[in-house]
Structure formats: C-alpha cells, structure tokens
Design a protein around this ligand. Structure first.
Ligand code: PLP
Length: 376
C-alpha cells in the first residue's frame, strides 16, 4: 500500500519545539503562561485592526464562550449557517438555545444574506427575535460579511463570526475574524496552522476579551480563596500548545501561499474540464484556500464526485464530500431551516481534495494520476 495522502495534516515550521522547550525549562506546564501571552500578541498583530485575542483550548470553546458573552440563554433562538461543521452549531445547544438554520448562496457557498434577512423577518413576526447570527467562512472563502453585518446592524442582532477555517482570508484587506462582534479561530491539527488543539476568541471590545479570559479560567473572583460569582469554564489554551502556536505564526504567511499554490495546481489541471467547477474569489475577496474544493456535475462530467472520491481512496488518498448541512443532520432534525436548496446541491456534488501545505510534488503527481484515471 502506498503511503496515505491526507487532506490536511500538521506542517511544522521548525521553531515550535524551541518555544515548547522554553515552557519545559521554565516549568510553565499550565493552561496560560508566557507563550500564551506572546501567541495572543502574534495573532493580534496579524489580524491588525485593533483587535484583542484570547487564546483558548479549541475553536468550539470559543464559539461556546462567544454565545455566553453575547448573553444567549436557554430558550433563545440563534441563526446559524446550515452548511458547516457541527462544531459551529453544537454550542447553540450547549447554552440551551435553538438553532435556526440558513442556507448558502452560490458565490461563496456561505450564508445567504437574502435568506438571512427573510429568516430574521419571519422569526421576529413569530415573536422571537434571534439573539445572534453565526456565519462561517467555509474552506477559507469569506462569507459576504459586508452584507451580513449590515443586516445584523439593521435588526440589532450581534454577529458571532466562525473564522475557524479562514485565518489569513480577507475582504478588501480586512481579515476574517474581525468582522463580527466576536470572531472565533481554530488551531486544530487539520487547520492552516495548528497548536495541536486550540482556538481563540477575538473582538474589538477589549472588555469582552477580558471577560473571555476570566470565564475560560473558571471565573475566579479576586480573593485569596476560591471565590465565584459566575459559572466558569476550563477553556484556556495551554502554555505548551501556545509554544507550538508561536512557531506556527512565523510561517503562517508561507502556509497561505503554499495552500493557494496547491489550489492553483488543481485549477490549472482541471478548470475547463466538462462538468467541473471551482469556487472563484469574488472581487476583493481573498481566500487562504484552506481546502481546495470542486463541484462535479455528473450529467456533464460523466462521473460523480463519489466516483472521484472512491478512485482517490483506492490509491490511499483522502478526500471528502463538502460539509453535510446541519438541517440534514439527524441530530438537528426538526430545526427551523430557511433555504432554496443551494447547500443540499453543494453537498451532493462537492468534494474536498488533499490541500495540505506539506504536499510534495510526488504526492501531487499521485493525486493527478488518480484523477486522470477517472477523467479518461
Ligand atoms: C474546526 C472548526 C471548528 C471547531 O474548531 P475546533 O478547534 O476543532 O474546536 C468550528 N467551526 C468550523 C467551521 C471548523 O472548521
């Protein structure tokens, strides 16, 4: 069996172990510590825009804390992009709220501003104004944030921006994660850079980020004993993980270039082939191309995305259908959904291809050989 080619695997830059060793040498083996502070500063500098960052144990923790900080409570409704990873929607259930799912639009595959507004109007007419809106930047492609935040402002609903897949993506130079009232990043092992496991909550509101740090370290009031007046969480990033993150931040710009180069290779090879469609960047949009994705229209192409997936699998190459929309998931059966079938079609025809920044020319040749087998 040939070695496995993964869709997206960790890619160290080389300095990570030095920062981790520093943590060991100083015995800072704890959630929080100097690496965490430096890592937060690195991410703040990268995102720019006077943003504040709290490093956490995961992106999921960031989304959960985000909802808590926005005051979402049991019985509330939260509007959520339907096509996404379950980690976007699960935190709505953690706080006892109910998700209202909104479909994607065709340009970015992310939340449709038109359907969002229709959904808000109908929920308000039903006497239930949504407490938050969660758009997602899938595969690194920014959602239509200018339109979405304008609607959110008009109806005075806060935006919790799931930028887990979009570190380094931007619209007109403004980085993903900085559009919402709160943004969330992920540093899981499969993301564009990783801390092995980790995430961050970011906001322009320094007070909110201070509260996130407080809640994520068990909400300890100032006192010599353990004193609590709020429910806390154990969600802070470990000083070891942050050491990895400091090294990874040094190579983030390279990783974006490398992922985009992988996309370009696929594009060169496959664009213009019958029935194969890529997700182009709208004017002013910049995607980190975390994953290269394709749509295959089987009636035009003569094969389906599943045919291609199985052909790759036979060669020990990992690929995967696009995110299965949340309104189609058994766990969210019966949830409200506003849509026009866009995300269902994307799920039916879409495939994520191996996109790691550490893919070699030999790996790419193997991938293209398997794709050629299907094309011919
Ligand atoms: C990875 C991911 C998350 C969750 O991040 P973790 O750090 O794995 O908890 C949330 N939303 C999306 C869209 C993701 O891809």
């Amino acid at each position: 069996m040939k070695p496995k080619i993964w869709m997206s695997s960790p890619h160290m830059g080389g300095t990570e172990q030095g920062y981790v060793k520093e943590a060991f040498d100083t015995n800072w083996i704890a959630p929080l510590g100097p690496n965490v502070n430096w890592f937060e500063q690195d991410v703040e500098l990268f995102l720019n825009d006077n943003i504040h960052v709290a490093a956490l144990s995961s992106g999921t923790a960031g989304l959960h804390l985000g909802l808590v900080l926005l005051g979402v409570k049991a019985g509330d409704e939260v509007i959520c992009q339907s096509m996404t990873f379950s980690a976007t929607a699960n935190p709505i259930a953690y706080v006892g709220a109910t998700p209202v799912f909104v479909d994607s639009e065709k340009d970015t595959w992310n939340m449709s501003p038109e359907i969002l507004e229709a959904a808000i109007k109908e929920r308000i007419a039903k006497g239930k104004k949504p407490k938050a809106i969660i758009p997602v930047h899938l595969y690194g492609m920014p959602a239509k944030m200018n339109e979405i935040t304008a609607i959110a402002k008009r109806y005075e609903i806060p935006v919790l921006e799931d930028a887990a897949e979009a570190l380094g993506s931007s619209i007109d130079g403004k980085r993903c994660g900085t559009f919402g009232d709160i943004g969330v990043l992920s540093f899981n092992g499969n993301k564009i850079i990783t801390t092995s496991g980790g995430g961050a909550l970011v906001s322009h509101d320094a007070g909110l980020v201070k509260d996130a740090r407080f809640l994520s370290t068990q909400a300890r009031d100032e006192a010599p004993h353990y004193q609590h007046s709020k429910i806390g969480y154990n969600y802070r990033m470990s000083n070891i993980c942050a050491g990895i993150g400091r090294g990874q931040m040094e190579v983030l710009a390279d990783r974006i270039k490398q992922r985009r180069a992988i996309y370009d290779q696929y594009y060169k090879k496959l664009s213009g082939k019958k029935g194969i469609y890529f997700m182009d960047e709208p004017a002013g949009y910049f995607s980190n191309r975390w994953l290269t994705t394709l749509l295959i229209h089987p009636d035009e192409a003569g094969f389906s995305r599943e045919d291609l997936r199985l052909a790759l699998e036979k060669e020990n190459i990992e690929s995967r259908p696009l995110w299965k929309p949340m309104h189609m998931q058994p766990v969210f059966a019966g949830s409200a959904f506003y849509g026009d079938g866009t995300s269902e079609k994307l799920f039916e025809n879409g495939l994520c291809l191996p996109s790691g920044s550490n893919l070699t020319d030999v790996d790419m040749a193997r991938i293209f050989e398997a794709i050629d087998g299907i094309l011919n």
